[in-house]
Write a new protein. Structure first.
Length: 326
């Protein structure tokens, strides 16, 4: 029996239970559109969006965050905030922009986010978290989720249980659990036992997140009993990854795109980004951060990355890509 199953979250049902998670500086519509084109996940997530930014800046200023392409699949808007009235307004706006689901980030470990009382800092204030979730639920008809990080079950089981209870009691439709504490970096292995703790603790669906890069790691995650799995960093540079995982889990053949096909996908990604950002300069600057992931299989990956880092125009970018990938 396959572990790839339909996924019901609130009032929506998706054909599979694999999700492309939010990634800062990456998860805008050009990235998500490629994920949908090559993988058809349950849904993909936006970058984390500050409620204040969404409310107080113009549509043009926040275009990168709110744009939803007509040919991409379902999208979950991830919000960041610590004020219930602002979160209520931002939830209304996200719904109007076409969000299929809306998530509250309660896991971000970045100092400037925590200093504002948002991100993982919200996990220390269960009462406030309850009011934030109810504010979201009262202002949208789409499923609402909470994405958290964990505490060490061995030391703070009561803390985890309190958070789980608050999230469920406030009416969240599902919970996304990243299996690391906010002080831990990616070198620390994902704690699957702590994800299982939440699976056993709540009656709403739990989505597991952390260290999923292949079918073996996906099986380990789904063995916790979670309803689905969220792939994040591993999807960068290989938008076909989720399709590959689904095929492998169903014991079906999968053909990984050739280097030439990968080159075309990378160029398409950056070209679409240039259109979204109204200029190739900003698209090239962003591409310097993610082009290396498309180059995983290149024999001269270091040289390719060095040239991309000094590239300044779209024409140069295309020429470099075709030189190294063909």
């Amino acid at each position: 029996m396959s572990l790839i199953t339909p996924l019901k979250l609130g009032n929506k049902t998706f054909s599979n239970n694999l999700i492309q998670g939010p990634l800062a500086g990456l998860s805008c519509s050009p990235f998500r559109r490629l994920i949908w084109q090559y993988s058809k996940p349950a849904f993909s997530c936006t970058e984390m969006i500050s409620c204040k930014t969404l409310i107080h800046q113009s549509d043009h200023a926040v275009k990168r965050f709110i744009n939803k392409a007509t040919d991409e699949g379902p999208v979950c808007f991830q919000l960041s905030g610590s004020d219930a009235s602002e979160l209520a307004e931002a939830t209304k706006m996200a719904t109007a922009y076409g969000a299929d689901l809306i998530d509250l980030n309660c896991g971000c470990p970045v100092k400037k986010i925590r200093s504002k009382g948002a991100g993982s800092r919200l996990l220390t204030e269960p009462s406030k978290l309850y009011h934030l979730i109810t504010a979201m639920k009262q202002n949208t008809h789409v499923p609402v989720s909470i994405k958290i990080r964990v505490e060490d079950v061995a030391r703070t089981e009561k803390f985890n249980r309190n958070i789980a209870q608050v999230i469920q009691d406030a009416g969240a439709d599902f919970l996304v659990v990243h299996g690391r504490h906010w002080t831990e970096h990616y070198e620390t292995p994902c704690r699957h036992d702590e994800i299982k703790f939440f699976v056993d603790e709540v009656k709403i669906p739990v989505i597991g997140n952390g260290d999923i890069a292949c079918s073996s790691s996906l099986k380990t995650m789904l063995a916790t009993g979670c309803a689905g799995a969220m792939i994040a960093r591993s999807g960068v540079g290989q938008p076909w990854l989720i399709a590959k995982l689904i095929a492998e889990m169903n014991q079906e053949p999968f053909q990984t795109p050739s280097l030439q096909e990968t080159c075309s996908i990378l160029i398409e990604h950056v070209s679409d980004l240039s259109q979204l950002l109204n200029g190739e300069k900003f698209a090239i600057i962003q591409a310097r951060k993610f082009a290396k992931y498309y180059a995983r299989q290149l024999s001269h990956r270091v040289e390719f990355c060095n040239e991309i880092n000094h590239c300044e125009t779209m024409q140069q970018f295309i020429s470099i890509c075709k030189t190294y990938f063909n």
